[in-house]
Design a protein around this ligand. Structure first.
Ligand SMILES: Cc1cc2nc3c(=O)[nH]c(=O)nc-3n(C[C@H](O)[C@H](O)[C@H](O)COP(=O)(O)OP(=O)(O)OC[C@H]3O[C@@H](n4cnc5c(N)ncnc54)[C@H](O)[C@@H]3O)c2cc1C
Length: 446
């Protein structure tokens, strides 16, 4: 440990308090909370924990809904290990704790951007890639598919470099590793030249959108839609890529503030609370929400268009199914809600992604459609999620690793052609399960 400080003495490690995730679906009381701001800090923390028989869970922005970060050992926050470390052409090496919202400013001097993004930018690079965070677009993979190299601190406290030329066999596991293989300290992501997106948001008949699903994802760069329960209307989002020097037509600052803060989040907060208190109001509220939101057109820098603000807390379950089964699965979920006479205040979100070959990617080996269901955080999601999960499983669905699910290693193995390869990497890098917790034991095994 030459040159390393004692983490407790340095103040980097403190007694842990109560930790809660964004969706308020998980909480834990770790023995220690470590704030690392360098690779050495991470090494020290890992060795400190290993010496005392404690487990370690790395943490990003706490935006996963599952128990990935729950630990009674050491919770290791690497968000201060951030910033640009190197740029070589389109390849940008970032501190693993870099938040996605930092990227526009960090990448501006190089004229670069992420190729695709999900619908928020609050996550860290490490957290987002480790759970398979994705956006939409039938020809685009999730963030992990753009990772070209990574450095991680393993269970022994060693620093391991993984790239196309160093430990290359580990790369398809490390890019999307659930924090089960070690602590990422940097990632190298392949970016693209900065671009604009032209976005059209429209209410449309749900039946039309479902009938045209195949055609729309084949012809539109980034297509997604939200189906509102208790309404026959879907809000569609059609995003088309434009060169970075194309004319911008951004939403005015006041318009953006009014539509995103007041109408979408403000109104949604009021209606979610109202629907929670008086479930009978959910159906008329949903029909009103469809009328008041989601009808606009603008062109702006890609991160501005991809990422939205989400200030109303919710819980979410999202499944990946074969892309061509999306219309049937959406119809099944809508029928279930009607049959059960439930009042569901949050929309069903539908997206698409290209097939990839990562060991634990929800899109591994097949073109993928994603369906996400949500519930306001004050509403009990148990019954809705359980019944919807049964529908998704019938379509050979794979759960988003960061979103609520009830799956086990035994029933996930048949859904993932490379599952056992990942477990072999885990055995190799973390044989004593320094990075284990209850969620990982459930979905990966002991
Ligand atoms: C409002 C909201 C919107 C969302 N939108 C989308 C979306 O559009 N698309 C989508 O796919 N998902 C979405 N998600 C899910 C989210 O992207 C993932 O759960 C993501 O993992 C959260 O990133 P994080 O930085 O908060 O990671 P955390 O939740 O803190 O951690 C996630 C995992 O990464 C591991 N990890 C974190 N840091 C490290 C590290 N340094 N080394 C190794 N492992 C590490 C953790 O151990 C944990 O296993 C959304 C979630 C919320 C709450």
């Amino acid at each position: 440990m030459t040159g390393l400080r004692e983490p407790l003495a340095s103040g980097m490690l403190r007694p842990g308090g109560l930790w809660r995730n964004w969706g308020r679906s998980q909480s834990s009381s770790p023995r220690f909370l470590a704030h690392a701001s360098s690779v050495d800090d991470v090494v020290e923390t890992v060795r400190f924990a290993a010496d005392r028989g404690l487990t370690v869970r790395p943490i990003g922005a706490g935006h996963s809904f599952t128990g990935l970060a729950v630990t009674d050992g050491v919770l290791l926050d690497v968000s201060a290990v951030d910033g640009v470390l190197a740029v070589e052409g389109m390849l940008v090496t970032l501190g693993a704790g870099t938040h996605l919202y930092q990227l526009p400013a960090l990448l501006a001097p190089y004229g670069l951007a992420l190729q695709n993004m999900g619908d928020i930018d609050t996550q860290t690079m490490a957290g987002a890639t480790s759970t398979g965070t994705h956006g939409t677009g039938a020809t685009f993979g999730g963030l992990a598919t753009r990772i070209r190299a990574a450095t991680l601190v393993t269970a022994t406290g060693d620093v391991l470099r993984v790239s196309a030329t160093e430990n290359a066999d580990l790369l398809p596991a490390v890019k999307l590793g659930l924090g089960a293989l070690g602590v990422l300290v940097d990632v190298t992501v392949e970016c693209v030249p900065a671009f604009l997106l032209h976005s059209i948001e429209r209410p449309e008949p749900t039946a039309t959108v479902l009938a045209e699903w195949d055609e729309r994802i084949a012809t539109i760069d980034h297509f997604e839609f939200y189906v509102w329960p208790h309404s026959d209307t879907a809000l569609t989002q059609t995003k088309t890529r434009l060169p970075g020097d194309a004319p911008r037509h951004p939403l005015g600052k006041v318009t953006a503030w009014f539509e995103d803060r007041v109408m979408t989040n403000g109104l949604f907060s009021v209606t979610s609370n109202l629907g929670h208190a008086i479930p009978g109001l959910v159906a008329p509220i949903n029909r009103l929400a469809v009328k008041l939101t989601g009808d606009r057109e603008f062109t702006d820098h890609s991160p501005v268009v991809f990422a939205t603000e989400r200030s109303v807390r919710f819980r979410e379950m999202e499944y990946a199914i074969p892309v061509e089964r999306i219309p049937d699965a959406v119809a099944d979920v809508r029928r279930l809600i009607v049959d059960k006479d439930w009042r569901i205040s949050f929309p069903i979100e539908v997206r698409a992604a290209a097939a990839d070959d990562l060991m634990l990617s929800t899109a591994t080996g097949r073109a993928t459609g994603y369906i996400a269901v949500h519930r306001f955080f004050k509403d009990d999601p148990t019954e809705y999620f359980r019944e919807v999960e049964a529908i998704f499983r019938a379509y050979n669905g794979r759960p988003h690793w960061g979103k609520m699910n009830s799956r086990t290693a035994a029933d996930l193995r048949p859904a993932y052609p490379r599952f056992d390869e990942f477990l072999a990497v885990r055995d190799r890098l973390d044989p004593d399960r320094l990075f284990a917790n209850d969620y990982l034991k459930r979905v990966l095994g002991e």
